[in-house]
Unconditional design. Sequence first.
Length: 618
Amino acid sequence: MPSQSRIHRTTVRSLLGGVGVLLAVGFPLSATAQDPSLAPSGRFSVYRTTAAQTPPMGWNPWNAFRTDVDETKVREVAKAMVDTGLARRGYRFVNIDDGWALKRLPDGRIRIRDSMFPSTARPGSVTGSFRPFTDYIHGLGLKAGLYTDIGRNTCAQRWDAESPNLPVGTVVERQVGSYGHAVQDIRTIFADWKFDYIKIDACGVADYTPDVAPVKAGLYQASDPLIVRGNIPASDPNAVEHLYAVLGDAVHQWGGEDATMSICAWGEALSPLWGKMRGNLWRTSPDIEFTWQSMLENIDSVIDGALYAGPGHWNDPDMLAIGHGDFDVEHLTEARAHFTMWTIMASPLLLGYDLRHSPAALLDIVGNPEAIAIDQDPAGNQGVPYRSGAAMVVVRTLRDPGERAVAFFNRGTVPIDANVSRAQLGLASGSAATVRDIWAKKDWATTGDTITVKLPAHGAILLRVAGTPGDPDAVWLDEMPARINVAVDGLTQATALPMGQFPARIGTAPDGTPLHGEGAGASRGIGAFANSRLEIRADRAFRRFEVTPAVLSGHHSVRFRVYADRKLVKDVVAGPAQTAVPIEVDVSSAKIVELVALAPGGVARLPMIAWGSARFMR
Ligand code: GLA
């Protein structure tokens, strides 16, 4: 597994100490053609889990209360989640965020702040127990989540310094993050307290450097940062991934495979690329603020990441800001647009406003069963975007044949038209289609090849379209991103992308340029770097694989290999300036098909490649 080899390198580096700087400088080394990670695995190597088969839904107090969270509020919100009908619609998790820990005791256990969570106090117990709380949540038919950090300290200790609810005691007692206590903490949280979900933050390895004021003042122990915010080369992705891997293993051990593991490293340290190996969901961006602009940035952090998401593993552009600021009850257009984008992107739906006093108009949005059904579609495909000026059109292939969801979204403040063609929907040109407008709760009649809509400022329209697939025997790779795993991405320091860009993408090269070079239909392919390996769950459903491999950049030839259940079934070389040649491969009865692109040894800047016009035939 690629990530394990990264971790191995970390170990080597830390063993070598200073000398190791020459080896990695905190950046994963590229796979080389000889690298065992480029050999077929015969597996779909994502985080082992039975949890989060659809994106998690629930509520988290952070956006409403920050550290001013207490048990009464959380219990009442949980009750409101049931009473408003939201629980019936799928909202299940009630998560406690930062602020619950009082101090770490000399034996390493954590004492709960029982002044805020009174039911946790137990005669004779110095730590207290969340059992009465989780029993209450479970009794409502819901699930419960808790929060920790991979470092020694949490985010609120650094960023909510004025809060009256921070941990107390000596420097060591205030180290309520899981660093050095991973197994013990996870065991307590899952085995003793019976939580179902853990959110693991990362400020402890980012924000306690020797130069910051509270550290200088002796309040917190200094630590060299493993994450330098916004700066991948200065961060240590290997080490961060390793800490999450240890916690993920502990979650498996004590929570079982049905426990949900949420990675909160804000898209830093390449976490959107390895998150799927280590947890069920991972943040792709900084914390959402309650502004339109912040929401746009969070959308952009995730919109091209369809190849990274699927059942059990989801991109997380953060909790919903609905109910606050630009998305409050005075801004229903924006609230609807926000919800539209989260559902089309298969994002977790974690509400963050006070549900005890929810305006009905907001419940109508976050509780819309047809919008929720799109988010929760069992195929788990994240939508794929088309952009044109301020308009974004995002198409999501749903489970049922011929069913698509499409979101039209206006980023700007001027009304615009937006459209989508039958071809972009993967539906037969000129065929009839039924169109359901999910916010207007109306069915439309459509004729012609294009659906055109008018969008007001910040407006969004969400449609569910049922039609005739372009070719009923074909499934294009862009229609099945949830069944594709970017096992090795070919990313190197030389090819480093700006933060937030994914090295394997649908419809474009990794740098966003078109998949030129292999003719018509090219955009229905995958762009990646050479020295990459994709794992595809074919699940014995297909007879044939058709693809047009092409080299998109550089001056080197690339070897393209297709494997069916680890058996090499095609091996071709394509040159940089060559006309691309389509190939066909028999994959009958294959469970896992793998696509490997190999650059010759010694190439510093790995070429970008395309698996163009790629489809399976039934
Ligand atoms: C970070 C996380 C937030 C929240 C706070 C708690 O900022 O990204 O979601 O958990 O910490 O302090």
